[in-house]
Design a protein around this ligand. Structure first.
Ligand code: IMP
Length: 181
């Protein structure tokens, strides 16, 4: 059976490259949190697949939680406004929290979440972003764990969408700017 599932989109990172890098990030987190417990706090929906894969490379005791925020709407443009749509289920006070996000782009989302979660007084608060687009940053924020740094291109696959489509693509692909909605 063919493994081709993308609609002729150019592959930026193959499933093999992603798997290798995610495993490395998991090993790094394992080392950094040896002897500790962690909460993996995924940002829905884009980070769901990354969190699922990353968690399976982490051996220190961990739990999952998820939050949802308002994002780009349907297309490739941001509205700029960030709103919490779903909060954490379990208190994070006193916990080692790693916010797991698909892309660190303008930084508005993670800046908002970091400030919000800091008010909950976690023991520690770090960010793991699969992709980082440093050239797009509007606020000063960095991730502690980054899968790949990329230029200013819109990507889909491995959880990331264009108007809710293509999240299921196993590879990270480039979305042409003129792609119809
Ligand atoms: P930020 O608030 O601008 O950093 O944006 C973060 C969110 O924008 C990400 O979690 C994604 O949901 C979305 N986003 C940014 N760039 C892309 C992209 O290239 N493809 C798909 N979603 C993106």
């Amino acid at each position: 059976m063919s493994t081709k599932t993308s609609p002729d989109l150019q592959v930026l990172f193959s499933r093999e490259q992603i798997a290798e890098r995610v495993a490395e990030l998991g090993r790094q987190i394992d080392q950094d949190y040896a002897g500790e417990n962690i909460v993996l706090l995924g940002v829905l929906k884009g980070a769901a697949i990354f969190l699922a894969d990353l968690a399976r490379h982490i051996t220190v005791p961990n739990t999952f939680d998820f939050v949802a925020v308002s994002s780009y709407g349907k297309g490739q443009k941001t509205s700029g406004a960030v709103k919490l749509i779903k909060d954490v289920d379990q208190p994070i006070e006193g916990k080692n929290v790693i916010v797991v996000e698909d892309i660190l782009d303008t930084g508005l989302t993670l800046d908002f979440l970091k400030k919000l979660f800091a008010q909950h007084r976690p023991r520690s608060l770090r960010i793991a972003a699969l992709l980082d687009k440093p050239s797009r940053r509007l606020v000063k924020i960095d991730a502690d764990y980054v899968g790949f740094s990329i230029p200013n291109k819109f990507v889909v696959g491995y959880g990331m969408d264009y108007a809710e489509r293509f999240r299921n693509l196993p590879d990270i692909c480039l979305m042409p700017p003129d792609y119809p909605e």
